[in-house]
Write a protein that binds this ligand. Sequence first.
Ligand code: SF4
Length: 293
Amino acid sequence: MSATMTPEFQAKDYKSDLKPIWCPGCGDYSVVQGIYRALAAIGRPPHEIAFISGIGCSSRIPGYTTAYGFNTVHGRALPIAQGIKLANPDLLVLAAGGDGDGFSIGGGHIAHLIRRNIDITYIVMDNQIYGLTKGQLSPTSQKGRVTCTSRYGSLEEPVNPLLYVLAYGAGFVAQASPTDLVGMASIIEEAIRYPGFAFVNIQSPCVTYGEEAQQIKGLKAISASLKDLGHDPSDRLAAMDPAQHYGQKMHLGVFYRNPEPPPTYDAMLRERQAELSKGAPSRDRILDLFIKK
Ligand code: SF4
């Protein structure tokens, strides 16, 4: 596209008429802006996009876009997103939710999506708390955190989403934050363009139940760009090093991008279907077998 040409789709084309009801200042407002920008850069029309979520504040996000959306049940965004992608591989499929939805209630699903390598981009808005249900301890809450369900401080270590998905072999792993909206939009775009399963953890502040250290000012103070640190995103083992500092340091950028993406499950399934249907009797011939003469 030349510099004078207008892109076919602009960020506003992905914005629905539904007014977000997040608390004023919630980090998810920035995340949805980042998603609009990334989708405009990709340029697929909204009717070719399916956006699936679970339950939680962040899971409201598909409704704020013009894509096809399905706000499913708690923790079940990923199985439904997989079914949609396999039923219609031509759709661009996004899944989104919070840290509780992805790593507690739905925690068992991500491992299977990663090993299948289905071409889905999964965006987790990680705020280390259950916001929608008024501030309970979540799977990524830091040890010692005082909430309404941990009055004397949590005794549990948090789940580390970055190490979790790297260890299971995800082909694309990145982290972003509303502290850098332009960077976040470009990371989401890169994740969508990756041909296979892609995971983006977004440190999205909960202004109502989050701690001060997890607000924009606190996050800025612990943020570091992986690019500026000279990190090589093609090295999975090297990615483990910054990833292990989750919770103490907020590394932004691409931790890992498989330089040789393997075939996706959806592509292999299509290939197998084509192979098995070669020389197969026609549908009418099969139906004939069940019709009594
Ligand atoms: Fe956002 Fe927290 Fe309000 Fe939920 S409770 S909308 S996460 S600020």
